[in-house]
Design a protein around this ligand. Structure first.
Ligand code: CUA
Length: 182
């Protein structure tokens, strides 16, 4: 749904830019009085600035609260329920455990042994739920709470060599009673 909306908006944007180019192309042969054109644009400019300012403030107000950073920083102040060590290798993930219970505040301590990888967790519908870089010599902490049990996929999102595409494994989130839900 979101993807379709983004595609539609992108299509409309491309169409608009194309129309502007066509208009400029068609008009380019015509002569016009510079003073008249300049005066016209100078009249629009303050309004245009105002419209853009309002659009940007509204867009920022709606989208900034959605950023996950604040949530991560707030949680960093409290200790996690569980810590999972993650090491990226060419070309596999090494985890201290491949199974965690649902509704626990998990801290993934993510690093790499060789080159940069990207640690991404996908749910069963193929939606990415969390992601961070796996870098050699550095540990990134990814805090996440799974609210749905199931078998998640761990994928590498950063090109890390010829077998990058096969760098994936399963990660099981069990229900409260300890059973993985099917
Ligand atoms: Cu590891 Cu791509």
């Amino acid at each position: 749904m979101l993807q379709a909306t983004v595609w539609a908006l992108t299509g409309i944007g491309i169409g608009f830019v194309l129309l502007v180019y066509l208009y400029v192309f068609v008009q380019s042969g015509k002569q016009a009085d510079t003073a008249t054109v300049t005066a016209g644009f100078y009249r629009i400019r303050p309004w245009w600035f105002g419209v853009l300012a309002v659009v940007m403030v509204v867009a920022a107000a709606f989208t900034l609260p959605q950023l996950p950073y604040a949530d991560t920083h707030n949680r960093a102040a409290t200790p996690p329920d569980l810590t999972v060590q993650v090491v990226g290798h060419q070309w596999y993930w090494e985890l201290s455990q491949n199974e965690v219970p649902v509704n626990k505040d998990i801290a993934f301590e993510v690093t790499a042994k060789d080159v940069n990888h990207s640690f991404a967790i996908y749910d069963e519908s193929g939606r990415m739920v969390a992601q961070t870089q796996a870098m050699p010599g550095y540990t990134n902490i990814l805090r996440y709470r799974f609210d749905t049990p199931g078998t998640y996929k761990l994928l590498c999102l950063e090109y890390c060599g010829v077998v990058h595409h096969a760098m994936r494994s399963d990660f099981v989130v069990t229900a409260e009673n300890g059973e993985a839900q099917q």
